[in-house]
Ligand binder design. Structure first.
Ligand code: SF4
Length: 213
């Protein structure tokens, strides 16, 4: 989904050269937009594959995320916005992926993510991974907050879960991850119902690790 304001904002984001991360990127990854007043999933920053393809959460992590969403009856873009706090890929001196610093999170997030969220006006934000959570709740440890929901200072409900890449490295947490997405769905349905919207169920499919390898 894209309206004029969102399209104009995205045009500005994709030519941004406001910080040093312009030098490590192939392209800016602004994110993908679902419906306004809906669900928004937020990660930390593009990695190698995202930088090449220009879309957040591609590759094995993206496939797992898409399957988790499918299990609760949702699809990226059609139903869900997917954004990163930082829009350009941070790299090490060896050109490998690295975690964005707190100052990179704050600078890019406040410059662009807040504006995107203002226009998208999501009813529920889901942070995946500790870095995205840290942008919204700087003192937060993901182990303490994970699987729970919180009210942000901006009046938007926030649900916290793991990054799909973390689950691929710790597959013993898959059951917990499924529970998180189920809980997130229940919360989202409740919020939609409070706004007079009916959630349409889709059949779920059983997944195994090999689906994501
Ligand atoms: S990381 Fe953000 S602020 Fe820095 S150049 Fe990219 S879009 Fe601009």
């Amino acid at each position: 989904m894209s309206d004029d304001e969102l399209a104009k904002l995205t045009e500005k984001i994709i030519i941004c050269e406001s910080c040093h991360l312009k030098d490590s990127r192939t392209q800016v990854v602004p994110g993908i937009y679902g419906p306004k007043n809906g669900l928004c999933i937020i990660g930390e920053a593009p990695g190698y594959n995202e930088d090449k393809q220009g879309e957040p959460f591609v590759g094995r992590s993206g496939k797992l995320l898409d399957n988790m969403l499918s299990d609760i009856g949702l699809e990226r873009r059609k139903d869900v916005s997917i954004l990163n706090v930082v829009k350009c890929r941070p790299t090490t001196e060896k050109k490998e992926n690295r975690t964005p610093t707190n100052s990179e999170l704050k600078f890019c997030g406040e410059k662009w993510l807040f504006k995107q969220l203002k226009l998208l006006s999501p009813k529920l934000i889901v942070t995946v991974g500790s870095i995205a959570l840290r942008f919204f709740i700087p003192s937060a440890a993901v182990t303490k907050y994970v699987g729970k929901s919180y009210d942000t200072d901006h009046g938007i409900k926030l649900f916290v879960t793991y990054h799909p890449a973390y689950i691929l490295r710790n597959y013993n947490l898959m059951e917990v991850y499924n529970e998180h997405f189920e809980d997130m769905k229940k919360l989202y349905v409740t919020i939609l119902n409070q706004n007079g919207i009916t959630f349409k169920e889709k059949p779920s499919e059983q997944k195994s690790l090999t689906d994501f390898l």
